[in-house]
Design a protein around this ligand. Structure first.
Ligand code: FBP
Length: 560
C-alpha cells in the first residue's frame, strides 16, 4: 500500500461540512427561483449569442420535506486551468451527492482537462478511488489542462463522447475563462437538442471570479494563507538579519486580490496594487521612484531591510506597459509564423524585428527594458491569448531599476544606505496545498450543490454557495446563470463573450485597510506572522476565513 504522511492519514478522515439545506439530503431539496437576469454589460450582444440560455433566474435550494425519487444519471467532470486547493473535494462532493441521489448513477472524470472530453479520455470513479483523494490538495485525481473548448468540431466530439458514455450532464471546474467555455458548451448542447446539461464551479486562487452572487472562488483561502505563512517567515528573517530587502512577487494573473490579502495577513513595508497603479496612471519610473523613496527613508533610520510585495500582474497594469503588451499580443501570432523571426539566430535579432513591428511609442517602451524581460515578454501566450505573466520576472526588473536609481541618489549624496535585495516568486507553492478547513468545506459543498443543479434539470449555471462568513450549516446553496456574469471583451484581436473578471475595487473595504495603514507599515515594522495553516485545534485559528471575505461580507451585510 502507498505510504502516507501523518497529515495525509488524518485529513482523509475529515468530514467536510455542508449547508443544512444540502445536508438534509439531495432528494429532499426544494428550489426557489428569482426573477429573470441580465448580463453585467453588453446585454443585446450576449442575449443574441446565448439565445437558449440567456436570462434564466438565480436559484436557491431549501430543505424540503418530501423525499423525491431520482432517475439514473451519468455525469462527466472536468478540472480546467490552474490548480487550486480543494478541487478534489469538489469532485468528492459531486460524487457523494450523485450516489446519494441514486446508487446506480455514475461519475466519469475526463483526463487532462477539457481535452479529455474531446479525445474521449476518461476514468469512472469508484468509492475506493475517490476516498484516497478526500481533503487533499492538487488536481492529480484526473489532471487539468488549459485547452479552450470553443469550436464546433470540439463540441461535436464532446457530444459523441457523452453519447457513448450516456452522459447527461458535464461539470466544468474552472476560472473565468473555463466557465466562459462552460457557458458556450451549455448553449451549444441546448441549441442542438442534445439534452446534455453543463454546470460550472468557481475555481481559481486568483480570487477574481466573484461578483454579487459568488462571494469567492475556491482555493483563494488556502493559497493566500500559504503565501502569508511564507511572507511572515521571510519578515522574521529580514527583521533578524536586518540586511536584505525582499521583493516578493505573488501569483494572481491580473487582479491583485492575492497580493492584497497576503499583505493584510502580514503587514509588509510595501505592497503594490496593480489596479491603483493603473488608476493613477503611474509609469514604470514612478513605480520605481515610489519604492525607492521608502527604501531611502528607511535607510535614513538605519533600516536597510524590508519587504515589498509585488502582484504578478503589475507589469500589465502600468499603462505604458499595458499598451505595449496589448500591441505585442496582437503581433505575436504573425511573428510566430514569420520566417525572419522564426529563423533569427540571435535574441537581439528577434528584439529588432519586434521593435520594427510595434507602434513607435510601444517600440520605445519595449526597447527600454532589460534583455531578460524583453525575452520573457516573447514567451508563448496561453491558449486564451494572454501573456503568461507568471513567467515575467517583474520582481527582478524592479530590483535592477531601483538599484540603478539608488546608485544615482548615492552619487548625489541623497542616499546613505546599503541595498542588498533578494527576489522571490510565490505561486506554485500555494496552488496544491492541503485545502484549509474553509476550502475543504466550501469545495465539497460546491460539488454537492452542482449535482443538485443537475438534478433540477438546469444548464448554463454556476454552482453557488453564499453567506460564507457564517457557520457552514447557514451557507446558502443555489445557482447563478453563467450569462449573468458575461460581457464582450477583445481576445486575439476580436470581441468575444467572456465572464467579467473582478479586479480590486479601490473604493472597496479591503483596499481601504491597506490604504489607511501603509504609511505606518512602511516605516514602522508592524509585521504579522500568521504561521502555517492549522487543520486541527481551536476554531478561531482553524476555521477563520480571509480578511478579504470578512471585509467584503461585512460591507455587504451593512448595506442590506
Ligand atoms: P486559473 O485562472 O486557471 O485558475 O489559473 C491561475 C494561475 O495560477 C495564475 O495565478 C497564474 O498566472 C497562472 O495560473 C499560471 O499558469 P500555469 O499554471 O499555466 O503556469
Amino acid at each position: 500500500m502507498e505510504k502516507l504522511s501523518p497529515l495525509q492519514i488524518e485529513r482523509l478522515k475529515y468530514q467536510p461540512k455542508l449547508p443544512s439545506s444540502l445536508a438534509n439530503g439531495i432528494n429532499n431539496l426544494e428550489m426557489a427561483e428569482g426573477s429573470a437576469t441580465q448580463s453585467v454589460r453588453d446585454q443585446e450582444q450576449i442575449k443574441e449569442l446565448f439565445k437558449n440560455t440567456y436570462g434564466k433566474p438565480v436559484v436557491t435550494f431549501n430543505a424540503g420535506s418530501d423525499a423525491k425519487t431520482s432517475s439514473t444519471r451519468n455525469v462527466g467532470v472536468i478540472l480546467s486551468g490552474g490548480q487550486a486547493p480543494g478541487g478534489h473535494n469538489v469532485i468528492a462532493g459531486l460524487y457523494d451527492a450523485l450516489k446519494q441521489a441514486n446508487s446506480a448513477n455514475k461519475l466519469y472524470g475526463f483526463l487532462g482537462g477539457p481535452s479529455g472530453i474531446i479525445d474521449g479520455k476518461y476514468i469512472e470513479f469508484t468509492d475506493e478511488f475517490i476516498d484516497a483523494y478526500r481533503n487533499t490538495g492538487g488536481f492529480d485525481i484526473i489532471g487539468s489542462g488549459r485547452t479552450k473548448l470553443e469550436t464546433e468540431e470540439q463540441f461535436q466530439k464532446s457530444l459523441e463522447v457523452c453519447k457513448k458514455l450516456n452522459i447527461s450532464a458535464v461539470v466544468i471546474i474552472g476560472g473565468d475563462d473555463s466557465n466562459t467555455n462552460a457557458a458556450l458548451l451549455a448553449e451549444w448542447f441546448v441549441k442542438n437538442n442534445t439534452g446534455i446539461q453543463v454546470i460550472g464551479c468557481p475555481k481559481t486562487i486568483d480570487g477574481d471570479l466573484k461578483n454579487e452572487q459568488i462571494e469567492i472562488s475556491f482555493g483563494f483561502d488556502t493559497a493566500t494563507k500559504t503565501y502569508a505563512e511564507l511572507i511572515g517567515n521571510i519578515q522574521r528573517d529580514a527583521n533578524s538579519a536586518k540586511k536584505y530587502w525582499h521583493f516578493i512577487k505573488i501569483m494572481g494573473r491580473s487582479a491583485s486580490h492575492v497580493a492584497l490579502e497576503a499583505a493584510l495577513q502580514t503587514q509588509p513595508n510595501i505592497t503594490m496594487i496593480s489596479e491603483e497603479v493603473e488608476e493613477k496612471r503611474m509609469s514604470l519610473e514612478q513605480v520605481v521612484n515610489y519604492i525607492t523613496d521608502i527604501i531611502v527613508k528607511r535607510a535614513d533610520q538605519g533600516k536597510n531591510f524590508g519587504i515589498a510585495i509585488i502582484p504578478e500582474g503589475l507589469i500589465e497594469f502600468i499603462p505604458e506597459m499595458k499598451s505595449m503588451i496589448a500591441n505585442l499580443n496582437d503581433i505575436m501570432a504573425s511573428l510566430e509564423t514569420d520566417p525572419d523571426f522564426v529563423n533569427a539566430t540571435t535574441i537581439r535579432e528577434k528584439f529588432d524585428i519586434v521593435e520594427n513591428r510595434l507602434d513607435p511609442a510601444n517600440a520605445k517602451v519595449y526597447a527600454s527594458l532589460p534583455i531578460l524581460i524583453k525575452g520573457q515578454l516573447l514567451a508563448d501566450r496561453d491558449p486564451h491569448g494572454n501573456v503568461q505573466v507568471s513567467k515575467i520576472e517583474t520582481e527582478k526588473l524592479l530590483i535592477e531599476m531601483i538599484s540603478t536609481r539608488l546608485d544615482e541618489l548615492k552619487s548625489q549624496g541623497d542616499y546613505i544606505g546599503k541595498f542588498n535585495a533578494q527576489s522571490h516568486f510565490f505561486g506554485y507553492e500555494g496552488r496544491c496545498a492541503f485545502p484549509s478547513n474553509f476550502d475543504a468545506d466550501y469545495c465539497y459543498s460546491l460539488g454537492f450543490n452542482a449535482f443538485a443543479l443537475i438534478n433540477f434539470g438546469l444548464t448554463g449555471y454556476l454552482s453557488s454557495v453564499r453567506n460564507l462568513t457564517a457557520p457552514a450549516s447557514e451557507w446558502v446553496a443555489g445557482g447563478v446563470p453563467l450569462t449573468m456574469m458575461m460581457n464582450m471583451e477583445k481576445r486575439h484581436g476580436e470581441f468575444k463573450p467572456v465572464i467579467q473578471k473582478a479586479l480590486v475595487k479601490l473604493d472597496g473595504p479591503v483596499f481601504k485597510v491597506l490604504e489607511a495603514n501603509r504609511e505606518d507599515w512602511a516605516m514602522n515594522d508592524r509585521y504579522l506572522f500568521p504561521g502555517a495553516i492549522q487543520y486541527f485545534g481551536p476554531s478561531c485559528v482553524c476555521d477563520v476565513t480571509t480578511c478579504t471575505l470578512q471585509l467584503e461580507r461585512a460591507k455587504e451585510l451593512a448595506n442590506v
